[in-house]
Design a protein around this ligand. Sequence first.
Ligand code: NAD
Length: 244
Amino acid sequence: MTKQTAIVSGAGKGIGKAIAERLAADGFFVYIVDLDIEGELVAGQLGKDNATFYQADISDESQVLALFQAVLAQHRALDVLVNNAGIIRDHMIWNMTTADFDAVIRVNLKGAWLMCREAAKIMKTQQSGRIVNIASRAWLGNRGQTNYSASKAGLIGLTRSLALELGKYHVCVNAVAPGLIDTPLTQRLKPEILEQLLQAQPTKTIGAPEDVAHAVAFLASAKTNFITGQTIYVDGGKSIGAGI
Ligand code: NAD
């Protein structure tokens, strides 16, 4: 294989699918990692020379170890890891169960950490690589998302610390923080809630998965070798915070 290799978690649909499609278009061979078998369709559409599907739960340590073994068995290097898989279990804290908290932290934070650890071992040795973590504007705070917001704040802390650890090995680690993006996750929102969220946007628009993929492709590129530990917002300006 002469192509560069990328792993994208949660690439069976939504933002992850758009990232996988974009990286494949940019010439990467992409591992579409997802719990859901839907990822097979995405890989099929991209073609066997450009992508493959790997079914795994990224919050399960043994499945993550097996994934990286499988990648290394086929490819000599890992160039890009995109930690995109994420879930929500929204409730006001007084209605949130411990299971809601644990599930979100387990996938969004522990899962990304497990993936980062295995990628870091490879990228440190090869002295190159890019890791992009998909956080969320909600890390700044969102009612009903104490679990999710904390998981994404943790992911940004992880990103910054890992950038410090891997900097001298020429590995860049950054985060992308999307705002309101049109995916199966947000398509489940009640129309009146979606309308309220749109009105709170400086742009009054919802983003497309491709908007996030564009920022990820930039950070995944070998040209961005002096950008690390940063968070790029793709949120129509919501993070500016002065909306009324
Ligand atoms: P989505 O629900 O549409 O897709 C997420 C994918 O991740 C699904 O295919 C799912 O099967 C997979 N997944 C979930 N848990 C997994 C696990 N344990 N192991 C492997 N795969 C798993 O979500 P989306 O809207 O595309 O969101 C993608 C990422 O972007 C998430 O991290 C989310 O928190 C973040 N985000 C989304 C929005 C938005 O408005 N959609 C905003 C900010 C941040």
